[in-house]
Design a protein around this ligand. Sequence first.
Ligand code: PMP
Length: 353
Amino acid sequence: MTVPSRASVSTEAGYRPTLVEPGLVQLANNEVPDGPLPSAVRALAAAATGVNRYPDPAAAGLADRIAEHLAVDPERVVVGDGSVSVCQQVLQALCGPGDEVVVGAPSFELYPVLSRAVGAVPRPVAVTREHALDLDAMAAAVTPATQVLFLCNPNNPTGTAVDRARLDRFLDRVPGRVLVVLDEAYRDFVDDPRVPDGVVTGRSRDNVAVLRTFSKGYGLAGLRVGYGVFPVLVADAVRRLALPYAVNALAQTAAVASLDAGAELRDRCGRIGRERDRMRTELRRAGFAVPPSQANFLWLPVGDRAEALAAHCRRHGVLVRAFPGAGVRVSVGTPAENDAFLRLVRAPEGTRT
Ligand code: PMP
């Protein structure tokens, strides 16, 4: 006799991130190559001796600091152990069996996984020929059963970003009973002023939420801390679904220190943005139709060659992420790491395999 799980859980594929392999160049997971911000490292070292104590149970101090940083009411902020936890809480709070969740395709792979886990039905909407989220088609995919719509801006894995005017037109079309979640995990790398700040957008809309993380620009992926900014009533429901002490003490300390280190963040993200633009120029020169990216990664739309290209890179020591049948996503690493990748994809074997 085996113990049965709920049918939706036992048939669900789950999320399978690329496993880290020591010794390989890691360009598969959209991490920054250079560690946490120096101020956060100092704060972490000082906090290490205090971990015999439980942390602030709902990370209220961090939530207050985030609210101050963003100039929003602290009641609207919910902190979690990674923004994926907050994302899961949103779906648990708003969706049940048969409800629908509109997502881009491709977009962050966890949205459909977490939607199915609460019994909801993901409705994928293909990106445009330019690899951007198709806002017209996403608005048209909303039905009376839709509860949540995820708009990843910039979009993982294509890197493309929606501009302010298009977002506003789109939000005017989506019914107010649907929560539009702007996932801004890669916000810190945005340098095009036409890309809207979702927190500002959310000030005048009752159905807009924003997810952000300390995993990307701030370099705290290993500590697991992220947050959401919600309309007050949604925040209340999302907060109730958090486990107590979900955000560990070191993560809370490092996140507060990171928010205090704005200049360090801007310096780092500026460098990564310039590297990203250099890589894109080189890749386009090599014949890849890479769309413009506002994130810390680039999208190579190589279609059926995705897995072969990723396997070729791996054989030569570089890990990138293949999306079978669609493309390869490469994160921006150090200049030397990026050059190693560029050499590989320029090599005839890379374009043939
Ligand atoms: N949203 C998007 C779009 C992401 O790409 C990722 C990480 N891959 C996350 C959220 C998860 O972030 P966190 O580490 O805060 O859970």
